[in-house]
Design a protein around this ligand. Structure first.
Ligand code: ADP
Length: 253
């Protein structure tokens, strides 16, 4: 479903971040992209979102070469991107409001899109109904993150890209949101790509883990982690083993 075909990307005339880099994610897979700061994780996500264009090679999603953002891809950025002057409900409806403005033009909204501003079921699913009329400054970090998730899922994406979504949250909130995102991944049949610099997060969430290193990244280093995502996985030996392996590989780079 997602293919990077010999992608080269550099900012300006700098060292390439990706150099003839190829990688494939099948429909419905859940990927963690792990690597040290500065290795190109956010760059990869922006290439997948169609917000950056490769210098060479192609990004292909669902058979279509990506030349600009596609309406079926959801992107959740690091600081959530909420409007501080809008309530939780208004923030959650923001993507729909923009879609309604353009209508089902196939560029900003899918051609089969039926205009709606109905976000109550999403607020309910994400436990936000009681804070629906609050502003982002009045709610917790976890609630802000859930608002960003509601806003994105209200658009019914088939690909969900998340950039270090839980890095600023405390450990219990982070773990509960990791579980929630995996529930939503199953319910909504998403292809999920989550960027993280946290070894434990990659090992718990990613059934497949893409390891990036210091640029230029030339080859996709992929680890299979088939047990990931089940609630008891964190207590298991394969999880501990995966954390050890990731730590050794990152340390060794
Ligand atoms: P990560 O998300 O893994 O921390 P990034 O993808 O943000 O890494 O950045 C990869 C490299 O590209 C870093 O060295 C960073 O400084 C550089 N970089 C990121 N964005 C830009 C930009 N807009 N212009 C120039 N260099 C950039």
């Amino acid at each position: 479903m997602i293919t990077l075909e010999s992608v080269t990307f550099r900012y300006g005339t700098g060292t390439p971040i990706f150099d003839h880099f190829s990688w494939t994610a099948a429909r419905g897979e859940v990927w963690a992209v792990l690597g040290p700061s500065g290795c190109g994780k956010s760059t990869l996500l922006h290439l997948l979102a169609g917000l950056l264009q490769p210098t060479g090679g192609r990004v292909i999603i669902d058979g279509q070469p990506l030349t600009r953002p596609r309406p079926y891809t959801g992107l959740i950025i690091q600081d959530y991107g909420l409007l501080p002057w809008a309530t939780v409900r208004e923030n959650a409806a923001l993507g729909l409001r923009i879609r309604n403005f353009y209508g089902p033009d196939g560029t900003h909204a899918p051609r089969d899109y039926r205009p709606t501003l109905e976000v109550t079921p999403w607020l309910e699913r994400l436990g936000l109904l009681e804070v629906a009329d609050h502003f982002p400054g009045q709610i917790s970090g976890g609630q802000r993150q859930r608002t960003a998730i509601a806003r994105t899922l209200a658009l019914h994406p088939d690909v969900l890209l998340m950039d270090e979504p839980f890095s600023s949250l405390d450990a219990p909130t982070r773990e509960s949101l990791q579980g929630l995102v995996l529930d939503l991944w199953r319910e909504q049949a998403l292809t999920l790509v989550m960027v993280t610099h946290a070894i434990e997060e990659a090992a718990f969430v990613g059934q497949k883990i893409l390891l990036l290193g210091q640029p230029p990244n030339r080859e996709a280093v992929v680890l299979d982690n088939p047990g990931a995502g089940s609630p008891s996985y964190r207590e298991s030996e394969p999880y501990q083993g995966m954390c050890r392996e990731l730590r050794a590989r990152l340390g060794g780079r």
